[in-house]
Design a protein around this ligand. Sequence first.
Ligand SMILES: [Zn+2]
Length: 92
Amino acid sequence: MSQYDPTLSVLGIPDHNIKVAFVCHEYRGNGVRRRQYHVIDAELTYRLTRCPLCGFEALHPNRFYTTHVRVLNGVEMPTVIALHKQRWRCHS
Ligand SMILES: [Zn+2]
């Protein structure tokens, strides 16, 4: 499924499996390193039918885990993507 996302296209991220939930401003860090960031909350999910390791159709979605990806875009305020990645579990 192809879907145009203006937030990701501005950053030059062509992945259509990433869905942006919301964008906010947030302070991160401690002391002198404390700065304001653009935080993009997004979800990376896709459909898998067969297990890439064993080949059986025994895959089930198994929650998400979150990574924080820094985007180097050269603007004054740094950008971080809080990316929730889909995990899969094989039952065979
Ligand atoms: Zn498997």
